[in-house]
Design a protein around this ligand. Structure first.
Ligand SMILES: Nc1ncnc2c1ncn2[C@@H]1O[C@H](COP(=O)(O)OP(=O)(O)OP(=O)(O)O)[C@@H](O)[C@H]1O
Length: 362
């Protein structure tokens, strides 16, 4: 560690000792107020991966509006395209993947898919905070957390590094940790839950207002999981964020999110207020997912796994509805035509059967 870094971190420790209280999680002092939480509009997003069978879509024409200030969950089985969608929001899809079409408009940033080079690097961190899947293991093992905060600040041209370190400490203390001690620690000195909190701090310390959390509680024990979820909710509120949370665990989504998007085979099949999606699911896939979870279905003896297996890129049908193979409501049109998106109360549902039923009742 350079002398300068050591001095900055020492100063942070001295301040911690003299102030005695955490500096809270409100927006950081090293930067003027970045404004209200942003809205996000994903339009016709298609992301393909190169495979031996050619380029195949992991995300197929997804449109999704994320309202400012909400916590939106993305749920779906493994391979449904959740992480690929999250990476697209940062324009961070890597080869053999490629964003083949669409746009991702973020308030205050414009279309993220049109950003490149320095602009994009700047946007990540300053506007878009991302906690990777398995963030517990993504810290640099050779550097203390404090040094990583300073590296982050320098790489984003932060002038007031002491203020940045103070914010990092405040965020850590807000999340129930001894901030000064954690800043002084290496990854191996921290538990999984502590590392996850460090990941959240690193995503937010530059004042990003759009937080993207990919499976933030995977691999944590139940108690630590509950703590992290509480922290996500509280920090979201205090810092005025728009938060997107990827999870395969509907129970987690039910606890934390305001709105829920259900993905299947690279499509968003149902989206709306979490209470409505889980309480009155309209898409046959969402209905099946909920029936498979005893604590949500209400009757453990009635819990039934969805028949069949989720598709892979190679088995995904090129035309028609991607869910039809497993669908109890399958109709002829599902073989050939992509389902329309229909409004069902406050939800949007992509299903031919739901659309047909609505027409009957119209
Ligand atoms: N690097 C890659 N090369 C080829 N195919 C990929 C690659 N990354 C993902 N895929 C495929 O794209 C599809 C979507 O994957 P993605 O990881 O986005 O799904 P997910 O819902 O996040 O799954 P999980 O919960 O398991 O992470 C899957 O079929 C996956 O096998």
């Amino acid at each position: 560690m350079t002398m300068n870094a050591t001095r900055l971190l020492r100063r942070s420790r001295a301040e911690a000792a003299s102030s005695g209280s955490p500096s809270g999680a409100a927006a950081g002092a090293h930067r003027p107020d970045p404004g209200p939480p942003p809205g996000v509009r994903v339009r016709d997003l298609t992301v393909v991966y190169k495979t031996p069978l050619g380029e195949l879509p992991a995300v197929g024409g997804v449109s999704l509006t994320i309202a400012p200030g909400t916590i939106t969950g993305i749920v779906g089985e493994s391979g449904s395209g959740k992480s690929t969608l999250a990476l697209s929001l940062l324009n961070a899809v890597q080869p053999p993947g490629r964003i083949a079409g669409g746009s991702v408009e973020v308030d205050g940033l414009g279309d993220v898919l049109r950003l490149g080079g320095d602009e994009l690097r700047h946007a990540r961190g300053r506007h878009l905070g991302y906690v990777f899947q398995a963030a517990q293991n993504s810290l640099n093992p050779l550097k203390t957390v404090g040094k990583q905060v300073l590296d982050l600040g320098r790489s984003h041209g932060v002038d007031d590094l002491p203020a940045l370190v103070r914010d990092a400490r405040g965020l850590l203390e807000r999340m129930g940790l001894d901030g000064a001690r954690v800043l002084d620690s290496h990854q191996h000195e921290l538990s999984g839950g502590m590392r996850q909190r460090v990941g959240i701090m690193l995503a937010l310390v530059l004042n990003a207002r759009l937080a993207i959390l990919d499976e933030p509680t995977t691999a944590l024990d139940m108690i630590t999981q509950a703590t992290i979820l509480r922290i996500v909710r509280e920090v979201h509120k205090e810092r005025g964020l728009t938060t997107l949370m990827i999870t395969h665990d509907i129970g987690v989504a039910a606890e934390v999110t305001d709105r829920l998007a259900v993905m299947y085979g690279g499509r968003v099949v149902e989206h709306g207020p979490t209470m409505d999606v889980l309480g009155a699911p309209a898409h046959p896939y969402t209905q099946g997912l909920i029936r498979a979870i005893p604590r949500l279905s209400g009757d453990p003896t009635q819990a039934r796994a969805l028949p069949g297996r989720p598709p892979t890129l190679g088995t995904l049908p090129a035309r028609g509805c991607v869910f039809r193979e497993r669908c109890p409501l399958r109709m002829e049109v599902c073989e050939t035509t992509e389902p329309p998106r229909v409004a069902v109360e406050e939800k949007t549902v992509a299903c031919h059967a739901v659309a047909a039923r609505r027409e009957e009742h119209a």
